[in-house]
Ligand binder design. Sequence first.
Ligand code: SAH
Length: 395
Amino acid sequence: MQAIRLKKGREKSLLRRHPWIFSGAVDAVEGKPRPGDTVDVLGADGRWLAHAGYSPNSQIVARAWSFAREDAVGPEFFLARVRAAVGARAALAPAVPPRACRLIHAESDGLPGVVADRYDDWISCEFLTMPAERHKRDIALALMAATGARGVWERSDSDVRAKEGLVPLAGHLTGEEPPDRVVIEEGPARLLVDIRTGHKTGYYLDQRDSRRAVMELCAGRDVLNCFSYTGGFGVMALLGGAARCTNIDTSAPALDIARANMDLNALPREGAEFLTEDVFAALRRLRDQGRTFGAIVLDPPRFVDSRANIQRGCRGYKDINLLALRLLEPGGLLFTFSCSGLMDEDLFQKVVAGAALDSGRDARIVRRFAQAPDHPVALNFPEGQYLKGFLVQVV
Ligand code: SAH
């Protein structure tokens, strides 16, 4: 038997079905498991707690696959988990579009380390832990069986794999190979997704509901879309009747797709501007030029990637929010987001409040945003909550 025996008192989080076992909680490893193997997790008194995937190179040395002793972690187990996750999304249609949604959201779907997004007929996956890597072929086959997709592509090229001692990987897993660009539908928009070389799995599905809000609230406004990536917020703003949209991103390939997305939605090119620029610098330049906007979107990448970095991340969020607030016309709207899981909503609100105070603008939160419902937060895994945002209206 391969097992991890916990120190006395350290079984508590597992009894609450939290799936992580930290190295400091382990008293002994029995039976020489190899990285990625499934082990039994036992309390100090020998009580059986979970089947878990073993990741000896990580701070989180094991993640629970199952809290049911009768489960056997293998192809049938993964097929059942994948079917449950896919079925849960289907039951949320049309709020969750079945052909453009996250199908597996890791721990919150009982599949730690596994992310799978559906883009039209294709599935793009990330396998972020040693045990997820071990079972990826079974999971890919299960995804094909549960969805009827044409192919599964792997985008395990995130740097978080290094924490597990895994090298970055990307490529074809099963079925047919996806084309270079896939078209998805989001509300009234058609959007290009580059599964092979885009960010993450190709697109940011988690912001679907916030993009709809931008569509509904920006008619007639001059919009500044910061950290635009492939222009999703900008396309939605223009489809909702925005007067103009300026998109800013440091990634030239992302802006190429953003331009193509204008054509795909029959939006006139004159209505949009695409600037390959650093947002921190661009906001200062726009301030110095005396530019103003009726709405600004701030959807930056994750600024806080470790607890040690929280202060520095807060300074980054405060800086862009302060600059953006100053660029708004009276009655203007700021859609501001943080996808840093280590920064909770309270802290983000304090940072935005600090920015408002220093900007000299009178501002109020009129709406709150979170990740779309295909990115659920299992109640036994609050860490699954990462994306939050505010709609701030200035006086
Ligand atoms: N709003 C997008 C997702 C944004 S992801 C959507 O709805 O799809 C964050 C983006 O910020 C990435 O495209 C990345 O290239 C860009 N980025 C990161 N740092 C930047 C910086 N300092 N200035 C401008 N863009 C930046």
